[in-house]
Design a protein around this ligand. Structure first.
Ligand code: AHG
Ligand code: MN
Ligand code: MN
Ligand code: MN
Length: 324
């Protein structure tokens, strides 16, 4: 089995970028260890603090965020980081060129029930034009030079892309190395599996309500398929299933909280996951626009997400085209 560094070297990934990715993995190994220690590590449960998202921070949200931020900034290779758990951008080496947006722990609500969680990262380069602070990160998803996640499940997996397809590496705990286990992931174009939080159904917009209603009726289009549903409440885990065996994952806009019509964040959830899904032959849309074409205006902005098997996503998008 090939180790990460020779594989990325072979892919002509610049050495400094390999070093940034390797630093993320060092932090990930520490996070993986604490997760697998469970309550023995003393880092389960919530803090008394709320993050800028309005969420009560889990202890591991904070610990993971600190680990990743400190390790990345220590490399001197990172110009700035943006994190779900940081109100603002944190500046690093002014002469460095890499920008890292990350969700230190995705699916936090699963931590205390021993469910799957993950770390999501998106790597950009400092823009050519003069930019400071959060403006550095206001780049479309197409500008990403690398993206991926570490899924802390029964095994710890790194799933990543540098724009040359999607590779999967499995953490070999005996030697502490991520070894290449899937050379190129491809999402099947069709599926009979959907992932959505059905409890929000009455709050969705009409197109999504009609699509899911038709999907559940078994009468969807000429294919008349019976669908199965999965919902892990952790985007990393739900999208990993879609990448592994196909499916359609959606967290659509809803009117449950009018001030926050969307749940998922563009910079460190939707964009990196869209990069992976498109590199694996899938589709990723807001319902009206391709996610990676969106021009961000805020580092924590939220977006409606529909992604996965391209033929099924296209069927769903037809509803957004035809229903006002
Ligand atoms: P995070 O734990 O980083 O805040 O993200 C949680 C997100 C995403 O992982 C998941 O798909 C979604 O929240 C689940 O939302 P529900 O709790 O509404 O199911
Ligand atoms: Mn959160
Ligand atoms: Mn998340
Ligand atoms: Mn998170």
């Amino acid at each position: 089995m090939q180790r990460l560094i020779p594989v990325l070297n072979n892919d002509h990934v610049p050495l400094h970028l390999i070093s940034v990715i390797n630093t993320l993995l060092t932090a990930a190994k520490e996070i993986s260890h604490r997760l697998h220690q469970g309550s023995l590590a003393g880092t389960l449960g919530s803090t008394l603090d709320e993050n800028i998202q309005g969420e009560t921070q889990k202890k591991l949200d904070v610990v993971s965020n600190q680990l990743i931020k400190n390790m990345l900034l220590e490399t001197n290779l990172v110009h700035a980081v943006a994190s779900e758990e940081e109100d603002d951008v944190v500046m690093g080496n002014p002469d460095a060129k890499y920008l890292v947006a990350y969700d230190p722990l995705d699916g936090s609500s699963n931590i205390d029930i021993n469910g799957s969680v993950g770390t999501i990262f998106s790597i950009l380069e400092k823009p050519d034009h003069c930019a400071e602070g959060k403006e550095l990160f206001l780049q479309t998803g197409d500008e990403q030079i690398a993206a991926g996640y570490i899924l802390y499940g029964p095994s710890s997996l790194l799933v990543m892309t540098t724009g040359q397809g999607v590779r999967v590496f499995t953490l070999d705990h005996t030697v502490g190395e991520f070894l290449l286990t899937v050379d190129k992931l491809n999402i099947p174009a069709d599926t009979q599996e959907f992932a959505v939080n059905m409890s929000n159904q009455r709050h969705w917009t009409k197109p999504m309500q009609q699509y899911i209603q038709d999907l559940l009726s078994g009468e969807l289009g000429p294919r008349k398929k019976n669908f199965n549903m999965r919902w892990n409440a952790a985007m990393v885990s739900d999208v990993h299933r879609v990448l592994s065996r196909g499916g359609i994952f959606t967290y659509p806009a809803d009117c449950k909280h009018p001030e926050k019509p969307c749940k998922l964040r563009l910079l460190y959830e939707a964009n990196p996951m869209s990069f992976l899904v498109e590199q694996a032959g899938g589709r990723a849309s807001t319902g009206y626009e391709r996610i990676m074409s969106l021009q961000p205006t805020e580092i924590h902005q939220r977006v409606s997400v529909i992604m996965g098997s391209r033929n099924e996503v296209d069927t769903c998008l037809d509803y957004f085209k035809s229903i006002p």
